[in-house]
Design a protein around this ligand. Structure first.
Ligand SMILES: *Cc1c(COP(=O)(O)O)cnc(C)c1O
Length: 463
């Protein structure tokens, strides 16, 4: 058969399913009761009260048969386990950094790094600090300054790399604050809190050059390094023919170190690492690690976690996987846009972000439009997303309240977990809410914790 082979447009899940996990159907009345019992905070729901769980892509992915196989043959030795050396070799192969310090998750890497570098006189610069990154800096009385490009703060503006750091603002901030008061410059790829938007290679290269010009270390918050590599491949001139792994290597080549949550592009359920080239800093970090995480060849992880990550880092860079992953989010974005629902555009790497402020203009900012929309998604269809807005970021270190730059609902996709029919269901639920959006009411806070309040806050819907 001498076919002509057409370009096939349908991008399919690049796996078949071997092991099944049920999902849980509930009635509207059951969801009303469950949400009330959770203090109107979806973080406090029991997972078996949720049908489609898009709370986070962190640690919620499906592992491959190869990863499970690696886990069963792990080495659980306390010191010097072969699993650690496989993990270390994978991290070094991809990042090129000299020192690899395992941690139980990303925030532990942040905590160790910032404890060495941050005090009340210090400011860390970043495109956008993720919530745990900011909280770890502020817990040490330091300042966390976000310098994303203006397009990155405008949900509807199209730009291929909305996660880019504003290079002019970066230089101005270093001049204003003074290099002596800046322990490091960071860049978060992709920019999670700014809509999962990618950062271009040109921007990473230029930000690194500016940091180094002032003698400042440049670190990557690398949680989604593989997804960022895919965006560079598909959107930046000169990278179309490069493999994601080589793009990742180039990204890391501009940095002096990175923090990483292996729960994201490590394709594991737990884990993380801190990596760097500076010998002296690495030694001091390992000393603290022994105190808080464990011996430096396991750092709070089991040997099987190290195995899962050693394989997962490569699986995350597989082009067939990345094509499917980025397409899943884009597909949801196309359908929601067609239904008239305002989303952050273009769609990002790990999640779709609904612009709740634009969708629900009748809800005042102090009544948390994104929190309210997220609760509506649960009530309507058992979907759990997360508010990225004024509940997450509005509480200031001095206890006052200020609306966040945006009020978004993030629908984060666990890796390799849901299929296209799940996405079609999400579209139908979102459209049903949009048709009755004036019925969505705001919320007020009944109880809150002083830091990272969104995890435990208790709310009351307004009448
Ligand atoms: C998840 C995440 C972190 C923190 O990692 P954990 O493993 O959750 O502690 C830091 N930065 C970014 C960008 C993240 O997405």
């Amino acid at each position: 058969m001498q076919f002509e082979y057409p370009h096939i447009k349908t991008i399919i899940e690049p796996f078949r399913i071997k092991s099944l996990e049920p999902i849980f159907f509930t009635t509207p009345q059951e969801r009303q009761q469950a949400l009330a019992a959770a203090g109107y905070n979806p973080f406090r729901l029991h997972a078996d009260q949720v049908l489609i769980d898009l709370l986070t892509d962190s640690g919620t992915g499906a592992m491959s048969a190869r990863q499970w196989a690696g886990m069963i043959s792990s080495d659980e030795s306390y010191a010097g386990a072969s699993s650690f050396y496989r993990f270390e070799a994978a991290v070094k192969d991809i990042t090129g950094f000299k020192h690899v310090i395992p941690t139980h998750q990303g925030r532990a890497a942040e905590h160790i790094l910032f404890t060495m570098l941050v005090d009340s006189s210090k400011t860390v610069l970043n495109n956008t600090h993720f919530d745990t990154t900011r909280a770890n800096i502020e817990a040490l009385r330091g300042q966390a300054l976000d310098l994303v490009i203006p397009e990155g703060r405008q949900p509807q503006t199209l730009h291929p790399f909305k996660g880019n750091i504003d290079l002019g603002a970066l230089r101005a901030a270093i001049e204003r604050i003074g290099p002596a008061n800046i322990p490091l410059v960071m860049i978060t790829v992709t920019n999670n809190s700014g809509g999962g938007q990618p950062v271009s290679m040109a921007n990473i290269r230029a930000a690194s050059a500016i940091a180094h010009e002032y003698g400042l270390p440049f670190f990557i918050d690398a949680c989604r390094f593989a997804e960022n590599s895919w965006f560079i491949k598909t959107r930046e001139d000169g990278y179309a023919d490069k493999a994601p792994i080589d793009i990742a290597r180039e990204m890391f080549s501009y940095a002096d170190g990175c923090t990483m949550s292996a729960k994201k592009d490590g394709m594991a359920n737990i884990g993380g690492f801190l990596a760097m080239n500076n010998d002296e800093l690495a030694q001091r970090c390992r000393n603290l690690e022994i105190l808080t995480e464990g011996f430096p060849t396991y750092g709070g992880m089991a040997g099987y976690d190290l195995e899962a990550i050693a394989l997962g880092l490569y699986e995350a860079l597989n082009p067939d996987y990345l094509r499917y992953r980025i397409r899943s989010i884009e597909y949801l974005g196309e359908k929601l846009t067609a239904a008239g629902i305002p989303i952050v555009r273009p769609t990002g790497g790990h999640a779709l972000y609904i612009d709740a402020r634009a969708m629900l203009p009748h809800i005042a900012l102090e009544h948390y439009p994104a929190w309210s929309l997220n609760n509506a998604l649960y009530l309507m269809g058992g979907i759990r997303g997360v508010e990225i807005g004024s509940v997450m970021f509005g509480l200031q270190p001095d206890g006052s309240e200020k609306p966040a730059a945006m009020d978004l609902v993030r629908l984060a996709f666990p890796r390799r977990v849901y299929t296209q029919s799940h996405v079609d269901y999400m579209v139908e639920i979102c459209a049903a809410i949009n048709q009755q959006r004036e019925k969505v009411t705001g919320h007020r806070i009944v109880w809150q914790a002083p830091v990272l309040r969104h995890f435990t806050v208790q709310m009351q819907p307004l009448p």
